[in-house]
Design a protein around this ligand. Structure first.
Ligand code: NAD
Ligand code: MG
Length: 329
């Protein structure tokens, strides 16, 4: 299934003009979205819990944050940008009762809606505007006059205008300068969870650590292992991003290209591909999200253990030393 890529020319900006927006949460996405909206002329209020660590940042940026319920109550569009596992309780117990009749609620990731953790009131529109990149990139691209590509979707269309609102919101984030792709909550959510586990964030760092360990265990200097297995990831990513995977091959030596062809299938084996399918199945049947929510309820023991393991890996000490050298130059 391929969809057309929409841009600013396809967007009716009147769908957001004059409509107050509440950004709930001022973290990675919250800060970038609030700033981009304000610079696009949208009336934005930031909503935070009392004593929030983000309050100082919001004030420094010129916002006057309100308690979350007050921000939600004055908005036509309420965007939930607190962590996914926090959204259900926050919405169901606090914000649902505060949101105006006929308001729009929006998300940057579809998890809470797709897995039924939030069942929104029937009078609300429910939209997804998911910029494909971290908040820092969303903001930096906007300031540069370009934008990040964004996915948009509609889960509930009480007003009949939810799609127009989603497109106008994505446009105000600057995403219409790049491209907006319409999708569903299901596709955005499941593909995002799959990638986090099975491709980028789960697998590539583990490969880097495994490669580093292999060289160091064989007696190589940690610095050599670090340069070979870690720093070149940036070069690889930039090349693939700019030229595609086939195009990247044109920029590396024949030796590298020949070796790449020999090595790849020995690590990403048929067994690894079968495991990817099982990861996708556990995303789709909801068992991954049940584990996520259980860990969150217990105070994140599994998440904290994995953070501690990553921090204790020997590659971190080398990386810190090398970054310090670089910043001295
Ligand atoms: P974050 O962790 O950076 O920010 C969370 C914000 O919520 C902070 O202001 C924090 O103080 C506040 N918060 C945390 N716990 C809270 C609680 N219990 N009650 C009230 N407020 C609380 O989150 P993020 O990475 O910006 O993610 C927000 C949403 O954006 C998620 O749905 C995520 O999937 C989505 N998203 C994030 C990125 C990204 O760049 N990190 C990219 C695309 C989509
Ligand atoms: Mg994600």
């Amino acid at each position: 299934m391929t969809n057309p890529i929409l841009t600013d020319a396809d967007i009716d900006t009147s769908a957001i003009r004059g409509k107050p927006v509440a950004i709930i949460g001022y973290g990675n996405q919250g800060r970038a979205q609030a700033l981009n909206l304000r610079d696009s002329g949208v009336d934005v209020t930031v909503g935070l819990r009392s004593g929030s660590a983000s309050e100082a940042a919001a004030r420094t940026d010129g916002f006057e944050p309100l308690p979350m319920t007050e921000a939600a109550a004055r908005a036509d569009i309420v965007i939930l940008l607190v962590p996914d596992e926090v959204q259900p309780e926050l919405w169901n117990e606090t914000l649902s009762g505060a949101a105006r009749k006929g308001a729009t609620i929006g998300f940057a990731h579809g998890l809470a809606i797709h897995y039924g953790l939030i069942e929104p009131r029937a009078d609300l529109d429910v939209i997804l505007v998911a910029p494909k990149g971290p908040g820092k990139a969303l903001r930096a691209d906007y300031e540069r006059g370009s934008g990040l590509i964004s996915l948009v979707a509609v889960a509930q269309d009480a007003s009949g205008t939810a799609r127009a609102t989603a497109l106008a919101y994505a446009g105000a984030l600057g995403c219409g300068r790049a491209g907006i792709l319409e999708t569903s909550f299901q596709q955005e959510t499941e593909a995002d969870l799959f990638n986090e586990q099975g491709v980028l964030w789960g697998v590539i760092p583990e490969l880097i650590e495994a490669g580093f360990d292999t060289l160091v265990d064989a007696g190589f200097a940690p610095e050599i292992a670090y340069f070979e297995c870690l720093t070149e990831v940036k070069l690889l990513a930039d090349l693939i991003y700019e030229r595609g995977i086939a195009g990247m091959r044109g920029a590396i030596s024949n030796t590298a290209e020949f070796g790449a062809a020999e090595g790849s299938g020995r690590i990403v084996t048929a067994e690894a591909r079968a495991e990817m399918k099982r990861i996708l199945a556990e995303v789709q049947d909801g068992s991954f999200v049940r584990r996520l929510m259980a860990d969150a309820r217990a105070g994140y023991p599994a998440l904290r253990a994995s953070r501690a393991r990553a921090a204790a890996h020997p590659v971190e000490a080398v990386a810190a030393r090398m970054r310090a050298l670089k910043s001295k130059r």
